[in-house]
Design a protein around this ligand. Structure first.
Ligand SMILES: *[C@@H]1O[C@H](CO)[C@@H](O)[C@H](O)[C@H]1NC(C)=O
Ligand SMILES: *[C@@H]1O[C@H](CO)[C@@H](O)[C@H](O)[C@H]1NC(C)=O
Ligand SMILES: *[C@@H]1O[C@H](CO)[C@@H](O)[C@H](O)[C@H]1NC(C)=O
Ligand SMILES: *[C@@H]1O[C@H](CO)[C@@H](O)[C@H](O)[C@H]1NC(C)=O
Ligand SMILES: *[C@@H]1O[C@H](CO)[C@@H](O)[C@H](O)[C@H]1NC(C)=O
Length: 477
């Protein structure tokens, strides 16, 4: 122990010496030497009485606070996405401390056991995951004081079953969490602007299992949240090993299977369903989109009201991007693809838009993000490529056109479009379906057997280009 402390001191002194080396002020030399002399009383110089320039200051992060009540700053409007102020954790179990437990949702609407969603798995939460207890009940468990973990923490309390996938991570977990987080900015008395997330914690993920095979989730998280750490099971275990009570200053518990207990989930069967009737700030996603695009492609495309890119490098016309899946499994028939390309080319040649046909798997992800960040309309067969609409700028013309096998409809990209500020059209060969706010396709339909994921999806090219014409020429109010 002593040996270790001495090493820290030596490191501090050596570090200070480096500073001095570059500063050349003799007073500083004396002063830092004096500070170093005091260090043996604490490795944290910030807690030692050292004043003046050149002193080595650290904030005091050994803050503890008395156990006081947990609150829900925005209520708990969406199962599976619950924000707490002062959420306690001890021995790997989370605790809400309240003298009014009835003000809290049932725990099954907050989280589930971290097991895979599979036939026969009971996911109902137990007292191991979380407890809602009164202050009197808290005392024997939590003691009198808790170590404070500052800032806004997102606790993603799931297995890797659905995390390691671009759409499920970005389009449900992160989008849903930010949608609900943004609602705090509408709550009177909550300090705004809301701070960036301080950390994401994945308590049930031992290693890299949250990363998707295509390698997109990780880098894009750093682009969106460059200063936010992503912690996993070992972090949670460190807290257990310390045998101390910790308190998250503010934390959101995100749980897929708790979200699915929302009655709204039966409409769309999507984790994010539970958040969709919560009032959120308009364009809540836009600040994050802009930051991610800027940090991924090094500039932020800006468009005029017609949709042409006016920032460098500019485009003459709005850009329509067809994300082709003809190199993959689920895809159009060859004739449909050829017919669609022919129709798109014809309309593009009339000077209505600039056409880009991309096979995403042939591009780096920064090229992919750049391509959609410059687009006004993207179209493609139902699939992961349409998750990229999250990075397309919202505008009165911005549109996502999703081609399904006729009769099939699932809500993944339609819900993304509602969240990202785009108009969504489903296309069933020569039929289009689109729904205004508050209305939606009823049910979920995978269409005739073995067709949804098949390679024989038909589409009538002129039907698609007609949608594009209407969207690009619709008057902007
Ligand atoms: C360093 O400490 C010595 C002894 O306490 C004191 O005489 C000297 O003034 C201090 N130097 C500075 C720069 O504070
Ligand atoms: C702490 O958690 C473990 C489960 O990981 C459990 O076996 C143990 O009983 C708990 N300790 C106490 C004192 O509750
Ligand atoms: C944890 O802390 C409690 C309270 O201080 C103590 O009673 C208990 O023995 C500790 N458990 C371990 C495993 O250190
Ligand atoms: C949202 O939907 C849930 C479940 O149907 C319902 O309990 C809640 O009142 C709705 N909230 C709003 C704001 O419509
Ligand atoms: C698709 O629509 C076109 C135009 O209405 C029609 O001629 C064609 O038969 C349709 N294809 C299928 C497979 O329904």
């Amino acid at each position: 122990m002593l040996a270790r402390r001495q090493k820290i001191i030596i490191a501090l002194i050596t570090g200070s010496a480096f500073l001095l080396f570059f500063s050349s002020s003799p007073q500083l030399i004396d002063h830092v030497a004096n500070v170093s002399m005091k260090v043996p009383y604490s490795p944290w110089a910030g807690r030692v009485d050292c004043k003046g320039e050149g002193a080595f200051h650290l904030q005091d992060h050994s803050k503890t606070e008395a156990i006081t009540e947990t609150t829900l700053p925005g209520g708990a409007p969406a199962p599976g996405f619950t924000i707490f102020d002062r959420l306690y954790i001890w021995n790997g179990t989370m605790f809400a401390v309240t003298s009014n437990p009835r003000a809290f949702p049932q725990i099954r609407y907050i989280l589930s056991q971290p097991k895979e969603q599979r036939e026969g798995n009971n996911l109902e939460p137990t007292s191991r995951e979380m407890q809602i207890i009164t202050p009197a009940e808290a005392a024997p468990f939590l003691g009198e004081r808790a170590v404070v973990i500052e800032g806004m923490t997102f606790i993603l309390y799931d297995t890797s079953q659905f995390m390691a996938h671009y759409y499920h991570w970005w389009g449900e977990i992160i989008l849903g969490a930010m949608r609900i987080y943004s609602t705090l900015s509408l709550v009177p008395g909550v300090r705004s602007p809301l701070p960036d997330p301080s950390r994401f914690i994945l308590p049930n993920i031992p290693d890299h299992e949250w990363r998707d095979r295509a390698g997109v989730n990780g880098p894009l998280m750093r682009a969106a949240f460059p200063s936010t750490s992503i912690e996993r099971m070992d972090f949670w275990q460190d807290l257990v090993d310390l045998n101390q009570t910790f308190v998250f200053e503010r934390a959101m518990i995100v749980s897929r299977s708790a979200a699915h207990r929302s009655p709204l989930s039966t409409l769309w069967y999507k984790m994010i369903s539970s958040t969709m009737n919560v009032t959120v700030p308009t364009h809540f996603w836009e600040p994050l989109r802009q930051r991610l695009v800027l940090n991924t492609v090094a500039y932020l495309p800006v468009m005029n009201s017609a949709g042409a890119v006016i920032s460098n490098p500019p485009s003459q016309l709005p850009i329509v991007t067809y994300i082709s899946r003809q190199g993959g499994g689920r895809r159009l028939t060859r004739e449909s693809h050829d017919g669609l390309v022919k129709s798109l080319n014809e309309m593009s040649n009339q000077g209505l838009f600039e056409l880009h046909i991309l096979r995403m798997e042939t591009l780096t992800f920064s090229q992919q993000v750049e391509a959609v960040a410059r687009s006004t309309i993207i179209l493609g067969v139902h699939g992961n490529g349409l998750t990229h609409q999250l990075w397309m700028p919202p505008s009165p013309h911005s549109t996502v056109i999703e081609m399904f096998f006729p009769g099939a409809y699932i809500h993944d990209y339609e819900i993304l479009a509602r969240n990202s500020g785009h108009k969504h059209y489903a296309v069933w060969n020569d039929t289009t379906l689109t729904y205004p706010d508050g209305e939606w396709f009823k049910g979920v339909d995978y269409g005739p057997e073995n067709t949804f994921n098949g390679n024989s999806i038909p589409v009538h090219g002129p039907t698609v280009t007609q949608v594009i014409r209407e969207r690009l020429t619709s008057p902007v109010l």
